[in-house]
Structures are given as C-alpha cells and as structure tokens.
Design a protein around this ligand. Structure first.
Ligand code: 4AD
Ligand code: MG
Length: 431
C-alpha cells in the first residue's frame, strides 16, 4: 500500500487519507480532542470531533499516551494557522501500540536525564531538526567534493600509529601483532590517496581519548579530510573557504524550516560568504594583546583566545602560520621562517572556535624523518608514509573539518553532544 507522509499533505487537500505515526502531544477542549501526530517527516494537528467518530474512538483519543503509535484517518484541510499549513479532520483513530508514562514530557528536563534517554529524545521536534541539518551538511560535503573531481577514499579505523600526537590514542590488542589504535585522523592515508588519485577526501569516524570535558570535545567524532596534490597553503585556504561557504549556503537554502525550529539567527549565517579574513598567528596574538587577553607567544590558541579573535569578524577567520612546536609532525615549515608551520585553523564565528585544522605537508624525506624523531614517533610504523616522499614526492595540502562542531555552529547549539545521534564523551558511552 502506498504510504502517505505529513510533508506531502499538499497533494491531498480535501481527500480522506490514512497516516501512521506517533502521538507527539494532545490537548482537549469540550467536545474536541486535538492530537498532534508525528511521522518523522513532520507534525500534523488531527482534530477529533465527538460528532465525527464513534464513542470508542473518542474515548481512545482521550486515553492515548504520549508516543503511542497510531493510525489516523481523516480529511486534509488547509489551515494556515497550523504548523505546516494543514490539519486533519479525523474520522477514525486506531491504536497500533500503546505507550504509557513516556519519560520525556513537554515540561523541562535536565540535559543529563535527556542524554540518558537519548534513544527517545531523538523523537523530539528539536532533535529531529538537528539531525536533518546534520544530514544536509553531510550531503553538501559529499556534493562539494564529488562535483569537483575528488575521489572518496576512506581511511582505516584500526591503525598502527598516531597521526595527531600520542597523548590521545585509544588502544586495543590486535592479535599477534601487538597494539592497534583507533584512528585520530585519516590524513596520512589520504596523503597516499592524493599521490595516487590527485584529489581525494576521506570521511569517517575518528577517535581521541581527550581528557577535555568541554562543549567542543567528543571522544568519537566525524571528520572529512580533503587532500590535494600540488596544492600549497594558499590553495588549501581557498578550498576551505569555498567549501564552508557552500555548506552554509546549502543549509540556508534547504533547511530553513529546521533552522526556524532551532530559532537560529540566520542573518549570521547569511554573512558566511567568501572571501574570509586571513590573519597570521602573529596578527592573532596582536588582537589578543589589544583586547587585554594574557597570552604567552608560542602557545597554541585556547578556546577563549579563539572566541576573542573570531569575535572581530562576521564570518569564519583563517589563522595561518602557527609556531611549529605546537603543531603536528607532518606540517611543512615556512621557508621564510622555519619556526613557523604552514598550518591553518579556521575559527567559526559566534564563539564556536576551531572547526577546521589543516596544513601544507612536509614533502622532503630528510626533514620529515627529523620531525618524526623530534616527536619521538616510531619510524618503523611510518615507513610506508615515508615512501610517499621517496617515490615522486610533491607539495600537497589538506585539512580536516569536524562535523559535530560544524553542526553545533550552524544550528547555534550550546554543546556538541546534541549534534551527533549518540554522543561519546569522557563521562558517557551510553546509550
Ligand atoms: O585540527 P585537527 O586535530 O586536525 C587533524 O586531525 C588533521 N589531521 C586534519 C587534516 O589536516 N587532514 O582536527 C580537525 C578538526 C578540528 O578542527 C575540529 O573541528 C575537529 O576536527 N575535532 C574535534 N571535534 C570534536 N571533538 C574533538 N575531540 C575534536 N578534535 C578535533
Ligand atoms: Mg586542530
């Protein structure tokens, strides 16, 4: 049988149809029961008039608990005042399966309680809006690269060595081969891909045993990582800004309704247009000084520093050329000042902090070996990566965009825990 969904009701005006879903909410007034039906595609008010249904159906409408699964038959009416613009004049209501004492009521609940009930919390209109925006962001990411000649090349999740430093590795036993680690980034493999296919991107879950309990940190998060042969740092920044503009404008165009549910100030997103400001680390440090923020030159930027820097601009700001000491081993040094790495971080506006980290990669075999030793990394584990510099090395660059921080920013959320269906954080690995 053909299924009809709430989002398509415009095609069924004045027709009598049957919808299946869950009872989202209800209220009553005299001889009328109002059932808000939820079917995953939208919400619909179903009006049950005592005179239009059997006494049994009217009684059922009275008793139904929140999130009971039901089937409602009725006539589709245009109702400009109703959310979605339609209403259903019910002639029949059937119970599919009961729901008693649903734990999440329309009243306020604490976030920890809601996170414990995350499997049910996903049914709320607000969480559905976030998930739909996340999906649109993921689609924009794929479309962007697919339309520009990139090949999707996913990296392994079980890896023999660290990519982003050894302090945040999740470790596991790997048969006779000793230890394996959950990947922190697909980058090193994407570099192999770029040497094979020119332009690639990897897109998958990445893991960091971060001890940080902040609103920006998850232990499992999704990252998309483009890598391009013959791109230098400037090309990398060009790619990053075109990419972010595309993502934000796609969401604005296609998810206006969901942004409204989240009460997002979209004027802030409309401003996300190229070109983005590009400032050096040194200029960023000057901004901190001007704002009387204490900061030791040479350190990495902290969350507060990022917020102060990004608050100077109405769109994402790209901070480039960090001290190489605070950055990863694979980053190329600036030929004009070897104390600096050819790195770029993109800071989102409105205090959302770093959403992209990228760089031009060290393409010289001897310098890369030096870095591996400086960082006390096991050379054997990187022999394959060093091969990329032994056999036709070329300048190349790439970056990683964290999906959850991007969703938090675009949706205007306090915390990344709501941006992923089931968040993994230092104090949470359930449900
Ligand atoms: O800056 P990061 O560590 O860069 C890399 O991993 C590079 N290998 C990427 C590359 O050049 N291919 O991480 C990239 C992004 C950050 O900017 C942030 O958005 C996100 O990944 N990220 C996190 N998101 C949530 N929770 C965490 N613990 C995160 N750590 C990084
Ligand atoms: Mg970073």
């Amino acid at each position: 049988m053909q299924k009809i969904y709430i989002k398509d009701l415009g095609q069924y005006v004045d027709q009598t149809i049957t919808l299946k879903g869950w009872l989202y909410n209800k209220r009553s007034s005299g001889k009328v029961r109002f059932i808000i039906l939820r079917d995953g595609s939208g919400l619909l008010q179903c009006v049950v008039f005592k005179g239009n249904v059997t006494p049994e159906v009217f009684e059922l409408s009275d008793k139904l608990g929140q999130e009971s699964s039901i089937e409602v038959t009725g006539k589709v009416k245009v109702e400009p005042r109703a959310p979605g613009g339609f209403e259903l004049d019910a002639v029949d209501v059937k119970l599919i399966s009961e729901s008693k004492d649903y734990p999440i009521t329309p009243k306020e609940h604490g976030v920890e309680f809601l996170m414990d009930k995350r499997h049910l919390w996903l049914r709320s209109n607000r969480q559905a809006a976030i998930l739909k925006i996340r999906h649109r962001i993921v689609k924009a990411i794929r479309d962007f690269f697919d339309d520009r000649g990139f090949t999707l090349m996913d990296a392994p999740i079980l890896t023999p060595a660290a990519c982003e430093g050894t302090s945040t590795l999740f470790e596991t036993d790997y048969f006779e081969l000793g230890k394996a680690y959950l990947t922190q980034s697909g980058q090193l493999y994407a570099e192999a891909g770029a040497m094979a296919l020119g332009k690639v991107y990897s897109f998958g879950p990445t893991f960091r045993a971060e001890k940080s309990k902040t609103r920006r940190h998850l232990t499992e998060f999704w990252m998309v990582e483009p890598e391009v042969a013959f791109n230098d740092l400037n090309d990398d920044m060009d790619l990053a800004e075109e990419f972010l503009e595309y993502i934000v404008q796609s969401v604005l165009k296609d998810r206006a309704e969901e942004l409204k549910v989240l009460e997002r100030d979209t004027t802030k997103l409309e401003a996300v247009k190229r070109p983005f400001p590009r400032i050096s680390y040194d200029e960023a440090v000057q901004i901190l000084a001007k704002n009387n923020i204490p900061f030791d030159y040479g350190n990495d930027l902290g969350a507060t520093d990022e917020t102060v820097i990004s608050s100077q601009f109405d769109r994402p700001v790209m901070v480039h050329r960090y001290p190489s000491e605070v950055k990863a081993f694979y980053m190329k040094r600036d030929p004009e000042n070897p104390k600096l790495a050819l790195a770029v971080d993109v800071l989102a506006p409105e205090g959302y902090g770093e959403i992209i980290g990228g760089s031009q990669r060290e393409d010289d075999l001897d310098l890369l070996l030096e870095r591996i030793h400086e960082h006390k990394l096991p050379q054997e584990a990187f022999e394959w990566y060093l091969d990329l510099r032994r056999f036709g090395s070329v300048p190349h660059s790439g970056f990683g965009l964290g999906i959850e921080r991007t969703v938090a920013w675009i949706c205007g959320l306090e915390h990344v825990r709501e941006t992923i269906p089931f968040a993994r954080m230092i104090y949470r690995n359930t449900p």
